[in-house]
Design a protein. Structure first.
Length: 205
């Protein structure tokens, strides 16, 4: 046995140290599949044109819903914290592009530009300019889904709607359901990022 120092107990007092908790984000299959479907609809015929069906890819002012679907799909599949940060940066950049683009659209089509400016500003306010928050991403998913349901729901009521619009509406409902479940789960979980304290007892012999 080792030597004991005078006045020092054989068993040292417990030492508290902080052990960081590693949190892995979960995949969100419904959000991912719905977002991918919405993004893919950008390449499908949406409405009848004068000579040929109109594909959203041909109309840049109408692309944001599909691009948001693609970014949300990536965020739903990326499981790392780094992926979350990258996805939020993409959402911020997309919202800023919408705001800037809406100012240019207002020159040619003031009503459309005004609506895009309001929606882009609202989405940018939800996602925020700084920080990383999975709750903000889920809230953005809910907001995007509601906007898309109103937008594509209007077009499905017209006789010119084609397969792209109908599938986009289906994808929007899926995105809403998945984002609501995501948000509800996040709000119902305590702060899992808080470190936990561990007690370590060291014996001297």
């Amino acid at each position: 046995m080792g030597d004991f120092e005078p006045g020092r107990p054989a068993v040292e007092l417990p030492v508290r140290r902080v052990v960081p908790v590693r949190v892995t984000r979960r995949r969100r299959p419904l959000v991912g599949l719905s977002g991918l479907l919405l993004f893919a609809c950008m390449f499908l015929p949406a409405v009848r044109g004068c000579d040929a069906p109109v594909v959203p890819l041909q109309m840049p002012p109408f692309l944001p819903p599909y691009l948001y679907g693609g970014v949300l799909a990536l965020l739903a599949m990326w499981r790392s914290a780094r992926g979350l940060g990258t996805g939020m940066a993409l959402l911020r950049g997309l919202s800023m592009i919408v705001v800037i683009g809406s100012v240019l659209v207002m020159v040619l089509a003031p009503p459309i530009g005004t609506v895009e400016l309001l929606l882009g500003g609202a989405l940018l306010a939800i996602i925020g300019l700084f920080g990383t928050s999975e709750t903000r991403v889920a809230t953005t998913g809910v907001a995007v889904a509601v906007i898309c349901i109103v937008w594509f729901g209007f077009w499905t009521l017209t006789p010119d709607a084609l397969i792209g619009v109908h599938l986009s509406l289906v994808a929007s409902f899926g995105l809403l359901a998945g984002s609501l479940a995501w948000l509800r789960e996040l709000l119902g979980i305590a702060a899992i990022d808080m470190p936990r304290a561990a007690t370590v007892v060291r014996h001297r012999w």
